[in-house]
Structure formats: structure tokens, C-alpha cells
Design a protein around this ligand. Structure first.
Ligand code: PHE
Length: 332
């Protein structure tokens, strides 16, 4: 009987190690240790043995049973570990996939220019402000010292919106109304820029579009002078265009600044490029913004962004900025 037990143990080990998955191992477990297994039948047979043989047979049976149980346990651990490793491999996230994604788009050159300008001014300590594109007559004109019927309104070919009183609502013709909104909402010192879309009634050609972009600047603090304005324009010019560029101010007129100027930049090829308008914020404009002109002074400037995008990327027609032709867009 002991011989037979040894034989069963050897066979059992072969079966156990031959199981290559957990289901098979479960079946082998039932075959070897279950109710109808030979090892179980042996227990009953022990009772039939001569009393002096029972002890040895019993001990041998227990040893084999324990050995088989242990072998099953060891094999189960092995198979479970293999299954876990397999599952981990299956569920692995291949993050390198994103590198091979084809045809990623990129920001439009107007947006790239916009962001670069913001970066330069933020680097100089300015914050970025926003205002609505559909404006009231008050913010776009009235608060900025353009009384109704003032000839300076003719500087702008305004697009009116049919809303409220006729002439009361319009598409902003410049970013200057954001000056007023910032003064109303923030306490000085104010050092901010306001980039955005502006609208004028214009026929599209290589140098005009009815929709374009401006970037406004507003500084309000104690003791701000024209020297601060000139210095800021010059610092911006060298920061944005490079050290070989320089700037100048030319006397001009805007109702909301006094004195007012146009500013130009001198390019390395010796040509002057007219960039935008600027000036010291008019005392009554400060007053409209809720600030005491005896306490505060400031300057403002505003210039077109689209022309800078053309310059930067060597494009010669403004209309290209609005074309959705990917053969054009992909070049930049
Ligand atoms: N808003 C003026 C324009 O569009 C430019 C400007 C801005 C002038 C700020 C002076 C101060 O023509």
C-alpha cells in the first residue's frame, strides 16, 4: 500500500506541474483530493488493514496528502503570478503613441504674434485685460472725449449694430474702450495691455481688412510722464524687434490723449514703419474712469497686430491671414 501511495504521489506531481492554467489546476485538485479521489478512498481502506499496519499506512497517507496539497498550492501561486503579469502587460498604456500621431495642427500666425506680444509685455510687468467686441457708443467714443458729431469720429468707419437706440451699439473700432473698463474696475497703479479684434467698414485689400487686431496699452500711476511713455515704447521695440531697431514719437491728435503722438520704428534697412498712436491719458478721460487727475496720471498706446504678423512671417497680403487654405497655413 505504501508503494502504491508513492506511485500516486509521483503521478500527482506530474499532473500538478502539467497544469498550465488555473482552471486546469482546479480540476486536478478535485481529481487528487476530492471525494472520489483515490487518496480519499485509501482512508477507508486503512480500516481494513491489520491493526499493527494501520499506523504506518495512516502516516504515509497523511504525508502524501500534505505533499500533494503543498504542490497544488505552489503551482497555484505560480499560475496566479503569471496571470497577473499577463494582465499588466495587456493593460499597459503606451504613452509613446502620442509622439507618432500624424498631422498635428499649430496656432495661426496671428495667434502666434498675439502671444509673442503678450509675452513681451508680461515680461515688462504688464497684465492682460479684455473687453467686449460689441460695445456701447459711450465706451468706444463718448467716454474717450469724442462728443456726438465730433469730426474725430470720422477717423473710424464705424459698423453699428441694430440694438437699442439707433447708433447706441457698435462693433468696437479700436481697443481703447478697454482703457475705460479697466479704469472703472481696477485701482491704480495700472499697467495693462488689451489685445483683441476690432472692426471698421473697409473693403478688403492687401493692406485693409474690415476685421483686424489691435493691442492697447494703459499705464496709470503717480507721476507718470511723457518720458515714461517714450521709454516704454523704446523698451518694447528692442524687446520685440531686436536691438537693431529703434523708435520715435511724432506729434499727432487723438481726443482721449493730450499730448498725442504717432509712434514709428526705424528698421535696420533705414525705413521708418508707422506702428500706432499713443499719448498721455486726457484728464477728463481719467475722470470718466473714476480717477482723480490731480492724483493720477498715465499714458496709453495702441497699434495694429496684423501688420506685425505679416512682417514676422514674410507675408505680403493681409487677406492671407483670413484664408483657410492649409497649403498656406502649414508653412508657418
Ligand atoms: N485707438 C487709437 C486708434 O485706433 C490708437 C491709440 C491708442 C491712440 C491709445 C492713443 C492712445 O487709432
Amino acid at each position: 500500500m505504501i508503494e502504491e501511495l508513492t506511485h500516486i504521489e509521483v503521478e500527482a506531481r506530474d499532473l500538478i506541474n502539467g497544469a498550465t492554467d488555473l482552471d486546469t489546476l482546479k480540476a486536478v485538485d478535485a481529481d487528487l483530493l476530492g471525494r472520489s479521489a483515490p487518496l480519499t478512498a485509501f482512508k477507508k481502506d486503512i480500516g481494513k488493514l491489520a491493526p499493527e499496519d494501520r499506523k504506518d499506512a495512516g502516516q504515509a497517507l497523511n504525508r502524501v496528502r500534505t505533499a500533494v496539497q503543498e504542490a497544488i498550492e505552489v503551482r497555484r501561486n505560480e499560475l496566479e503570478a503569471a496571470q497577473r503579469a499577463h494582465q499588466l502587460e495587456d493593460e499597459r498604456l503606451d504613452l509613446s503613441e502620442v509622439l507618432t500621431r500624424p498631422q498635428l495642427g499649430h496656432l495661426h500666425i496671428t495667434t502666434q504674434t498675439w502671444q509673442l506680444l503678450e509675452d513681451v509685455f508680461v515680461g515688462m510687468g504688464f497684465t492682460v485685460s479684455e473687453g467686449p467686441e460689441i460695445e456701447s457708443e459711450w465706451y468706444n467714443f463718448g467716454s474717450l472725449n469724442f462728443p456726438p458729431d465730433h469730426p474725430a469720429r470720422d477717423m473710424y468707419d464705424t459698423l453699428y449694430v441694430e440694438y437699442g437706440e439707433p447708433g447706441s451699439t457698435l462693433l468696437r473700432t479700436h481697443t481703447s474702450p478697454v482703457q475705460m473698463r479697466v479704469m472703472e474696475n481696477e485701482e491704480p497703479p495700472i499697467y495693462t495691455i488689451a489685445p483683441g479684434r476690432v472692426f471698421r467698414q473697409d473693403t478688403a485689400d492687401a493692406t485693409h481688412m474690415p476685421v483686424f487686431h489691435q493691442i492697447e496699452g494703459l499705464v496709470v500711476d503717480r507721476g507718470i510722464t511723457l518720458g515714461d511713455l517714450a521709454g516704454t515704447i523704446e523698451a518694447f521695440t528692442t524687446a520685440y524687434f531686436g536691438g537693431s531697431f529703434t523708435s520715435r514719437l511724432r506729434p499727432s491728435y487723438f481726443p482721449f490723449t493730450e499730448p498725442s503722438a504717432e509712434f514709428d520704428i526705424l528698421m535696420p534697412n533705414g525705413e521708418w514703419l508707422e506702428l500706432g498712436g499713443c499719448g498721455m491719458v486726457h484728464p477728463s478721460v481719467l475722470g470718466h474712469g473714476g480717477l482723480d487727475p490731480e492724483e493720477w496720471s498715465g499714458f496709453a498706446f495702441g497699434f495694429g497686430l496684423d501688420r506685425l504678423a505679416l512682417m514676422k512671417f514674410g507675408v505680403d497680403d493681409l487677406r492671407e491671414l483670413w484664408s483657410n487654405d492649409v497649403r498656406f497655413l502649414r508653412q508657418f
